[in-house]
Design a protein around this ligand. Structure first.
Ligand code: PLP
Length: 370
């Protein structure tokens, strides 16, 4: 069996360092925030080429605080995509603002930059592009539109640690970048975690207060805040793992290149790498096929686990029906959601496993052709 994710193999490969780091936190009793989290903030911000990092409890919280720091609230509109994980939309709704969807580009699966300006109204305050699957959205036109209309740009980089747009690390291209350290993400904690990075000292200060009850100092609450703090143990674990992320990312990219080569003539579509995307980090390697349900069943029966990211675009989710969108409103998002199939993708895959997955897919598709 080839699993869709394998967190155990990676843990075993760094077990001594992780266990030592965790025990050190236990001994220090710095269970919440503390020195390890502070050091992680510095190190991860530097990794993103940003000046400040604010560690929080989830990627969703990072998005929520980024929006709040940018002054977004009730009556405002935030432009984003419906083809993403639900958290992107949820975070906008937490602030009281209204998500306004723009369809994705059918090749990159990231925001279609040619549709953004049509969606701007006098209430629009921000654009929230998603670097889906580890591929950057087309940031230059997004920043240009934002500049011309006075909008804030918040990057949802939850799937894109270390990805690069024209040589620039994502997260520090817009005003604020938001990352998730959910265990299955490219940099994953052993529990929940997230971080917002920015070059703006005011945003950093505001987010730092908001994540810890809006305190400027203890029991001096200058803002109505939240309990969004990161655990000390997660900070220590993430610091160990940050030392390996470059190796792990390169391993993902090598697996992706091998998949590309083996699948290019198999009958499924392979993921496009956009010309502006100087480093796709393959959080997800999704092939595209009009026979998705059938192919998924066949490949699963042969012992290969797959996933679907994501089967229902957010504008068609029951929870967000109050936004008033309908089937047909975002045709590319709707079609892509029906056709993508995510193959196993993690650093610890072996070349033989990648080969096996590709060969199995090939054989299934050949069988039909025969
Ligand atoms: C994982 C994810 C989030 C949310 O992160 P959590 O840490 O699970 O809260 C937000 N946006 C995208 C695109 C994600 O993949």
């Amino acid at each position: 069996m080839i699993p869709f994710v394998d967190l155990k193999t990676q843990y075993l490969s760094i077990k001594d360092e992780i266990d030592t780091a965790v025990l050190k936190v236990l001994a220090s009793t710095q269970f919440i925030l503390g020195d390890e989290v502070k050091a992680l903030e510095t190190e991860f911000a530097a990794y993103c080429n940003a000046d400040y990092g604010i560690a929080v409890n989830t990627g969703t919280s990072a998005l929520h605080l980024a929006l709040l720091a940018a002054g977004i609230g009730a009556g405002d509109e935030v432009i984003t995509v419906p083809f993403t994980f639900v958290a992107t939309t949820a975070a906008i709704c937490y602030t009281g603002a209204t998500p306004v969807f723009v369809d994705v580009d059918p090749v990159s699966y990231t925001i279609d930059v040619t549709q953004i300006e049509k969606a701007i109204t006098e209430r629009t305050k921000a654009i929230l592009p998603v670097h889906l699957y580890g591929q950057p959205a087309d940031m230059e036109p997004i920043l240009d539109i934002a500049r011309r209309h006075g909008l804030v740009v918040i990057e949802d980089a939850a799937q894109a640690h270390g990805a690069e747009y024209k040589g620039q690390r994502v997260g520090s291209i817009g005003d604020i970048g938001c990352f998730s350290f959910y265990p299955g993400k490219n940099l994953g904690a052993y529990g929940e975690g997230g971080m917002a990075v920015t070059n703006n000292p005011e945003y950093a200060h505001t987010m730092g207060m908001l994540r810890d009850w809006g305190q400027e100092r203890r029991y001096h609450h200058v803002l109505k805040g939240y309990n969004y703090r990161m655990d000390g143990i997660q900070g220590a674990i993430l610091r160990v793992k940050l030392r390996y992320i470059e190796d792990w990312t390169e391993a993902r990219r090598t697996h992706a290149a091998q998949y590309d080569q083996l699948l290019v003539e198999s009958g499924v579509g392979i993921p496009a790498v956009m010309p502006y995307s100087s480093r796709h980090v393959y959080h997800v390697y999704a092939v595209r096929t009009s026979q998705r349900e059938w192919l998924q069943q066949q490949i699963n029966e042969q012992g290969i686990q797959t996933g679907i990211h994501y089967p229902i675009p957010v504008h068609l989710q029951t929870a967000y029906s109050d936004l008033g969108y309908q089937c047909g409103d975002f045709p590319h998002s709707e079609l892509v959601a029906k056709e993508v199939l995510s193959l196993p993708m993690y650093a610890e895959l072996t070349s033989a496993q990648v080969s096996k997955v590709a060969q199995t897919l090939h054989n299934i598709l050949q069988g039909v052709a025969a």
